[in-house]
Design a binder for this molecule. Sequence first.
Ligand SMILES: Cc1ncc(COP(=O)(O)O)c(C=O)c1O
Length: 403
Amino acid sequence: MSRWRADFPGLDQVINGKELIYLDNAATTQKPEAVLAAVDYAQRIDCSNVHRGVHALSLRATASFEEARRKMARFINASSSEEVIFVRGATEAINLVAHSWGDTNIKRGDKVLVTELDHHSNIVPWQLVCERVGAQVEWVPVLMNGTLDLKVAHEILSSGEVKIFAFGHVSNALGTINPVQEMVAMAHEFGALALVDGAQASPHIAIDVEDLGADFYALSGHKMYGPSGIGVLWGKIEHLAGMPPWQGGGDMIRSVSIEGTTFAEPPFRFEAGTPNVAGAIGLGAASVFIEEAGLSAIAEHEALLVNKAAESLAEIKGVRLMGEKSKRVGAVSFVIDGVHPHDVGTLLDQEGIAVRTGHHCAQPLMDRLGIPATVRASFGLYNTLEEIDSLQAGVEKVVGVFA
Ligand SMILES: Cc1ncc(COP(=O)(O)O)c(C=O)c1O
């Protein structure tokens, strides 16, 4: 039994006559009571806009919102909460950098380096900025073991033409952990910035942006036990200070007149309009929940889950695991010979087991692996070894049905 399970009311339900086994955590995680309560309080009691009012409710809402920013700064070890921008999620964080930093700094003939392991959220914004300015997207290939071919990254970066190297911390499709520090150092050696998409890392691995050395780091609240519609872009203040706004509106200005507008300092320059106040407060609560659970205790528990899942699935005839076994966190992806992943997902659902099937918004990776889709079981701190036994039994049943 996981010691954290009782905190998650969403897990306590019956699906298709069976106790829910929720193994779709890489898509979104369930929410603990602490997060539900924080969001509820923000909406029910402290419901007010932020940064605008002098009345008590607005002051309380503003204080809680800014406290959430400080919690997130602490969670990722940012040197200042000014470096923490609230956004809708990792997708918006990356789009913000691609628009604001990218449109200003990437010029015709420049290169942007991405990887075949990445989520579409960390590919498409770079394709779009390259189209806008006449630059080119270059790719780091993924090897069949699910790791990146960093020799090729080195070769492309050494041209000196790459402006930014954007890559994931952890692959959502395979669970591969990338050697972030090595990749950041490689980018910096050749004059490129480094953006890390940490959407799949933040629920599993302690994040220290100072130690990683990156220039930007993106994360999504709903993948780390927080609410959806909220996330964080962290950026080094020296970059943020020089970046233009990417959206205009209320809250991001210093002054507006008929002659023109001057803009607020970061982070407010990048937070136009009323923010997701309750979401940010809920995300702050999620970060405290993870800190209190302890990332080393979480990692220890989740390693048992991932290793057991990989071993027990590999024992089943006809099942092929995707990616490398040893450097993986949070997810196990597999295919069953002769069975479409969607059929596997539908039959597992009959057993009350929720997994994700499809290309996982990682089509370049699927192309490289030569498959259209996988079945992905992904884990959170509340999953149990007994649930992995049920997954194994469920997959054996599916194999039996199609034999
Ligand atoms: C690695 C990775 N990056 C980015 C995203 C996008 O996150 P969001 O949809 O929360 O913006 C996801 C979502 O699955 C992801 O797994």
